[in-house]
Design a binder for this molecule. Structure first.
Ligand code: NAP
Length: 245
């Protein structure tokens, strides 16, 4: 069931951009489910965010069918869901590499979370989101997944010596586009966002040189999660507007 209380699930919300997204949505009055694969980290985040509003930890490993199904059952029984944020992500920068050399197992491990994980969660929660009058699905992508950007000779992203992570975000963007097409005649909006360059553990932690605080990165995620009825669907957005696929 869905009540008049707006509800959101953020995957990988125990730290980083997901944590800040959960905080901002809770401050806006959402009941926010903090998806986390580790119970202790999830409960710690729930406690830390309790001042922001109604925040609830739910055990959720995006690579595990049983974990995702159990989370969907629990959220359906307790309150329903309006907003799904597919934020959980991994990057194996130390072993990722250019297309000519990247080990296939690195591609596999990256896709397991960033692509298959997001699709698994989406399939499990879509029946709930469809019942919402204002369903929103946000896929947290990256400009590195914008192939149209990185092929431009002057673009510095093309210098990043990796393929698995960018390819996983390009595939996530494909999910955004194709799901938006499938849901075109419904109230559900599906968008990808790039949160910019953030000082999180995916980079070098709080001291990442040249990076913004993840609270800044979370703003575009929250924007896409709270789009009005006449907002876009099937788009790739960052803080400056539309990003090329
Ligand atoms: P982060 O601090 O490393 O957080 C990643 C989150 O994903 C953690 O909560 C992690 O949980 C979770 N996670 C990983 N595997 C999971 C799994 N199997 N099941 C459930 N949760 C899992 O990274 P971040 O920078 O906040 O990244 C968040 C999203 O933003 C990612 O999709 C990333 O690709 C994207 N992004 C980040 C940047 C950036 O500059 N940081 C730029 C563009 C896009 P654990 O704590 O248990 O590992």
């Amino acid at each position: 069931m869905t009540t008049s209380q707006q509800t959101a699930l953020v995957t990988g919300a125990n730290k980083g951009i997901g944590f800040e997204t959960a905080r901002q949505l809770a401050r806006q009055g959402f009941t926010v489910w903090i998806g986390a694969r580790d119970q202790a980290r999830g409960e710690a985040a729930e406690k830390e965010l309790s001042d922001a509003g109604d925040v609830r930890f739910v055990s959720l490993d995006v690579t595990d069918d049983d974990s995702v199904a159990a989370a969907a059952r629990r959220i359906e029984q307790e309150i329903g869901l309006d907003v799904l944020v597919n934020n959980a992500g991994v990057a194996f920068a130390e072993v990722d590499g250019r297309p000519s050399t990247v080990p296939l197992d690195v591609l596999q491990r990256t896709f397991d979370v960033n692509v298959h994980g997001a699709l698994r969660v989406t399939q499990a929660f879509l029946p709930l989101v469809r019942r919402s009058p204002a369903g929103r699905i946000v896929n947290v992508s990256s400009t590195l997944g914008s192939t149209g950007t990185v092929v431009h000779p002057a673009n510095p992203f093309g210098q990043v010596p990796s393929f698995a992570y960018p390819a996983s975000k390009a595939a996530l963007n494909a999910l955004t586009g194709w799901l938006a097409v499938e849901l075109r005649d419904t109230a559900v909006k599906v968008n990808s966002v790039c949160p910019g360059f953030n000082a999180t553990d995916m980079n070098d932690g709080p001291g990442t040189v040249g990076a913004q605080h993840p609270a800044e990165g979370a703003k575009v995620v929250v924007h896409a999660a709270t789009l009005p009825a006449d907002g876009p669907t099937g788009s790739f957005l960052d803080v400056n507007g539309v990003v090329p696929w």
